[in-house]
Ligand binder design. Structure first.
Ligand code: AMP
Length: 284
């Protein structure tokens, strides 16, 4: 496994043998089993696997979140070595955003609701960095988690709109034994908050059960989720949503397919999670 910083080193390794297929997993580090599930999928499907580790400042709308984001590069590299990753690219800020940087990529309608409505500038930061990562690595396939459902849709849209020559593969959410979706931010939860954090999984599961029992009104599904969260004293919902799987607009009336999603503060920590009804977001 090679650990490199510069664009030139990445390009040299990537093009040493142009006949090989490359899979790419972009991350912000502090790796867990969710990230490793993407790496394993890439390892199984591609000749070579590249992982980027870059805490992208321009996608953070909250300076305290950026300042306290966990950074564990040595441990991350040991985990990736064990997964037989070929290339780890850990650029620093000056490489990704050199002085005078002034080019940004913006996806419009899809970034307005949900996370976009509550994290101004977040997706502009994501699409800008992902476009740059894609241009440097030029992978055949790039792997994203359904954990960040809107992000996966936004990146797919960017790839379509700008004609990136690669396939986006969306992988299922990896959860702890009690249902909490794995996240680098989970380390911020104290023991009481960690116990309360299962509320996202419980709320989503309750809504899925309602839908499966034939109670499929979108307002009822949102209300079901809100009630479960309201019953947890350490949790405060920022939003709960039952949205169209393609446009991400809120649904009303009976729904055949929906992305159920939420952002919830547990103490000071903001967590997101989702489940789908009526379709499989990871099928392609
Ligand atoms: P991050 O380091 O948070 O930017 O995440 C890097 C990639 O890992 C993104 O595509 C995430 O959606 C994905 N990811 C994060 N957590 C999980 C999880 N629990 N299950 C599956 N994928 C995940």
């Amino acid at each position: 496994m090679q650990l490199v910083k510069s664009v030139e080193e990445v390009r040299a390794i990537r093009w040493a043998d142009p006949t090989l297929t490359w899979g790419f997993v972009p991350t912000m580090g502090a790796l867990h089993e969710g990230h490793l599930s993407l790496v394993r999928r890439a390892r199984a499907e591609c000749d070579r696997v590249a992982v980027s580790i870059f805490v992208n400042p321009i996608q953070f709308n909250n300076p305290a979140d950026l300042a306290t984001y966990p950074r564990t590069l040595e441990r991350d590299c040991a985990l990736l070595e064990a997964e037989q990753v070929d290339l780890v690219w850990a650029p620093d800020e000056a490489i990704m955003y050199p002085p005078g940087f002034q080019t940004y990529v913006t996806v419009e309608d899809l970034t307005r609701p949900l996370e976009g409505a509550h994290r101004p500038g977040h997706f502009r930061g994501v699409t800008t960095v992902v476009a740059k990562l894609f241009n440097v690595v030029q992978p055949h396939r790039a792997y994203f988690g359904q954990k960040d459902a809107q992000q996966a849709l936004v990146v797919k849209q960017m790839v379509r709109d700008l004609g990136f020559n690669l396939e986006i593969v969306v992988c299922p959410i990896v959860r702890e034994a009690d249902g909490l979706a794995m996240s680098s931010r989970n380390v911020r939860l104290n023991p009481a908050e960690r116990a309360a954090a299962t509320v996202l999984y419980r709320a989503l599961s309750a809504a899925v059960a309602e839908w499966e029992a034939g109670r499929r009104d979108a307002d009822h599904l949102r209300r079901t989720m809100s009630e479960v969260i309201a019953a947890e004293p350490l949790a405060r919902a920022e939003y709960v949503s039952a949205a169209d799987p393609e446009t991400l607009e809120e649904l009303h009336g009976e729904v055949q397919r929906a992305l159920l999603s939420m952002a919830v503060f547990v103490g000071e920590t903001r967590l997101i999670d989702n489940m789908t009804v009526g379709y499989d977001p990871t099928a392609y």
